[in-house]
Design a protein around this ligand. Structure first.
Ligand SMILES: NC(=O)c1ccc[n+]([C@@H]2O[C@H](COP(=O)([O-])OP(=O)(O)OC[C@H]3O[C@@H](n4cnc5c(N)ncnc54)[C@H](O)[C@@H]3O)[C@@H](O)[C@H]2O)c1
Length: 311
């Protein structure tokens, strides 16, 4: 049985991925500092193949003993997204990049790494031409730069696969309502209205379970896929913010959408992405935006219920 170390495994992607890995027959150890005080992994504690270590992925004392027994590492721990990195740039640099350099120094050459990076570095394009893995990644934000630098470090070192993930969507035990599809759906069901800037900017999306399945796909086909980056997204989900809002409106008809230039994206994300390379390895994302939006609508009935209101 293969043993996988997942750093940041209590997060949005990690708390779904952990269950998917266990179901696929892997032994899983999560290292996480529970930054959000999340209790998202409790349901796995009864599984003999699951273990949890509370700790910081930047600490050699925490990481080194865990690397003694694992076959592969999925380093998810990060300060995620440009606003969070702007708020805490030192953590962003040390967690997103320095901890990956530490992992690189400590792992054996046989230990495989599958690393999620962001495709937001493709951002400053016209939005008309499909970005492939050959398109240069030129991130502007600190978040994008730390992730792209870490990706380069791992690919240069070898025995690694990097996944340039589209923006994730869907319900996960640690919920993130700041992600675009999750945010638009949240606004629709809680406020009934939204103001959208850069409405024609195109983005791409992938369900959190598809992302988790893709990590399993990489573990299974590691030798034929290794030492390469892969875009990972849903082929039908390259669409503008305005088009996305209309998809939400199809399921929440009272949703009032207003467009105004009240902000701008630091990574200038206006891009469409080709998933042909990962598709050719046999992986296809399956969960549609319609299915994801429906799941979010149902999930938000649970999440929002009377948490911070008397109504
Ligand atoms: N969600 C997306 O759309 C998306 C897209 C592209 C790439 N990614 C990448 O996927 C990974 C996971 O993202 P997510 O959406 O699950 O974010 P998240 O914020 O939900 O998860 C991050 C996890 O890392 C943990 N963590 C933070 N600092 C740590 C530290 N010093 N030591 C140990 N654990 C620490 C947090 O407690 C949390 O569990 C990140 O590397 C992110 O850059 C995510």
């Amino acid at each position: 049985m293969k043993h996988i170390l997942v750093t940041g495994g209590a997060g949005y992607i990690g708390s779904t991925l952990t269950g998917v890995l266990l179901d696929a027959g892997y032994k899983v150890t999560v290292l996480d500092n529970l930054l959000f005080r999340q209790q998202t992994l409790l349901e796995y504690c009864g599984n003999a193949n699951f273990d949890f270590v509370y700790g910081d992925c930047r600490a050699e004392d925490a990481l080194k003993p865990l690397l003694k027994t694992v076959d592969a590492v999925i380093p998810l721990a990060a300060i995620v997204g440009f606003p969070a990195c702007l708020r805490d740039p030192i953590s962003a640099q040390t967690i997103n990049f320095d901890a990956i350099a530490l992992l690189e120094r400590l792992r054996s050459r046989q230990q495989q790494v599958i690393y999620p990076t962001t495709n937001s570095g493709y951002g400053a394009t016209s939005g008309d031409v499909f970005c492939t893995e050959e398109t240069p990644l030129e991130p502007i934000s600190l978040y994008g730069r730390t992730k792209v630098d870490a990706e380069k470090l791992l690919l240069d070192a070898g025995n690694a696969i990097t996944l340039r993930l589209a923006t994730a969507f869907g319900i996960s035990p640690r919920m993130r309502i700041d992600l675009l599809v999750n945010d638009f759906t949240w606004q629709a069901v809680t406020n009934g209205s939204i103001i959208i800037f850069e409405k024609d900017f195109k983005r791409n999306f992938c369900h959190v379970r598809d992302i988790s399945d893709c990590f399993v796909h990489c573990l299974k086909h590691f030798d034929t896929m290794k030492n390469e980056p892969y875009n990972v997204g849903l082929n039908e989900a390259n669409l503008s913010k305005a088009e996305l809002a209309m998809k939400v409106k199809e399921q929440v008809p009272r949703f009032y959408i207003h467009y105004a230039e009240v902000g701008s994206d630091p990574d200038k994300r206006n891009y469409i992405v080709s998933n042909e390379k990962i598709n050719k390895t046999g992986f296809h994302a399956k969960v549609t935006l319609e299915q994801g939006i429906r799941e979010l609508i149902v999930g938000y009935r649970i999440l929002s219920r009377r948490a911070h209101t008397n109504l």
